[in-house]
Design a protein around this ligand. Structure first.
Ligand code: SF4
Length: 194
């Protein structure tokens, strides 16, 4: 099922909600600041966690599915959604590389999708630098438009990487300002898989 990790309860992953966090393996991008590079880039080196059912309990209000890049593991994401929808709200994190899969997730009325916008779209060189030259900006743009049209279930965030200026962050915010948007503090990644 490609489930590589679980945090039973977090206050950080979905503002205002106590959420369990499920980590899926695999991501085709190579962001130099990736914090989960071990499961994202070498998922075969990390054992799968086997679940018979979703690990819901009465203390959590929501579940965040993250990675890695969840839209590269749609079978696992859809199994998690369908086995938990009646019990909790769900947020799926994405880098926006697969707009068709982002749209498919939003077919579930209770699912929120939060996209990490890495840099201003007007600066393709910086976007490339912050994604290891892997991002297709046309696909990123399509995902942003899909999420903007979804209303509050379409959420955005940016990690305040040192290469981003305040003007860069403002430009990103202006791109998505009608939707929920947050800026996350930059933290140096571990060196485990780089
Ligand atoms: S998109 Fe996310 S999971 Fe993939 S390399 Fe970048 S930070 Fe890591």
């Amino acid at each position: 099922m490609n489930i590589k990790g679980i945090i039973p309860a977090s206050l950080l992953d979905w503002p205002g909600r106590v959420t369990a966090v499920i980590f899926l393996g695999g991501c085709s991008w190579r962001c130099p600041h990736c914090h989960n590079a071990d499961i994202a880039w070498k998922p075969e080196r990390v054992s799968d966690i086997t679940l018979d059912r979703f690990p819901w309990n009465s203390h959590i209000e929501a579940v965040t599915i993250t990675g890695g890049e969840p839209t590269e593991s749609m079978q696992a994401v859809e199994w998690l959604i369908e086995s938990s929808l009646k019990e909790v709200q769900i947020k799926v994190d994405t880098n926006g590389s697969r707009p068709d899969n982002v749209a498919a997730l939003l077919e579930y009325d209770a699912v929120h999708v939060e996209m990490d916008i890495k840099a201003p779209l007007s600066n393709p060189d910086l976007y490339a630098k912050l994604t290891g030259e892997r991002a297709d900006l046309n696909e990123v743009r399509k995902s942003i438009e899909i999420l903007k049209q979804t209303g509050p279930r379409g959420m955005f965030r940016t990690v305040a990487h040192p290469l981003l200026s305040a003007e860069d962050v403002r430009e990103i915010w202006e791109t998505v300002s009608r939707n929920p948007y947050r800026v996350l503090k930059f933290r140096e990644p571990s060196q485990s898989c780089q």
